[in-house]
Design a protein around this ligand. Structure first.
Ligand code: AMP
Length: 177
């Protein structure tokens, strides 16, 4: 990924102030999705972070992690596993509650979605406080999977979300703010 490609992605991401609540600067990635060339560039960059790691499954976080994760899995010719918000998955689940900036949230994964020893890559659009990704990594740990890396299109450095992720997981972000 060249600097000019990264710049194009950076310029396409739209800052929306005070969404979904006052004081939050929302990073809207939909312009990247809506442009075929930029979407492909983003997937190329995601794939690069997995190079040499023999990933066997991509795990995406509800909901924008599904979009990037599914495209990556298709490109790599491997399976995709969704981690969903509580109450959406129909089969037996493993769940975990975690704290958000305001209040609590809970995410779930199907118990049989990832076999022990699978080499998975975790994907989401954005790393903010790290609460969501940290909980997702804990779920994957419970299922006995080996997390090769956790990858994000955007990382909000000032929130120091990396500090909430286990130190033994490689964390990659394509754009840092
Ligand atoms: P966190 O658990 O704080 O790391 O938040 C990560 C999740 O919330 C990701 O799934 C993001 O899609 C979403 N998110 C948090 N903050 C923002 C933001 N400023 N702009 C866009 N999405 C965000």
């Amino acid at each position: 990924m060249t600097d000019s490609d990264l710049k194009r992605l950076d310029e396409a991401i739209r800052d929306v102030p005070d969404f979904p609540k006052p004081g939050i600067l929302f990073k809207d990635i939909t312009p990247v999705l809506g442009d075929g060339e930029l979407f492909r560039l983003a997937i190329d960059a995601f794939i690069e972070t997995a190079r040499g790691a023999e990933v066997t499954q991509v795990v995406g976080i509800d909901a924008r992690g599904f979009i990037f994760g599914a495209a990556m899995a298709d490109r790599l010719g491997i399976g995709f596993v969704p981690i969903r918000k509580k109450g959406k998955l129909p089969w037996e689940t493993e769940g975990i509650a975690y704290s958000l900036e305001y209040g609590e949230a809970e995410i779930e994964i199907h118990r049989d979605a990832v076999a022990p020893g699978e080499k998975v890559m975790l994907v989401d659009d954005l790393l903010a406080t790290g609460g969501t990704a940290g909980a997702a990594l804990e779920l994957l740990n419970k299922l006995g999977s080996e997390v090769v890396c956790a990858t994000f299109l955007v990382e909000l450095d000032f929130l120091e979300g990396r500090k909430n992720l286990p130190t033994d997981v490689r964390v990659e972000s394509l754009l840092n703010y």
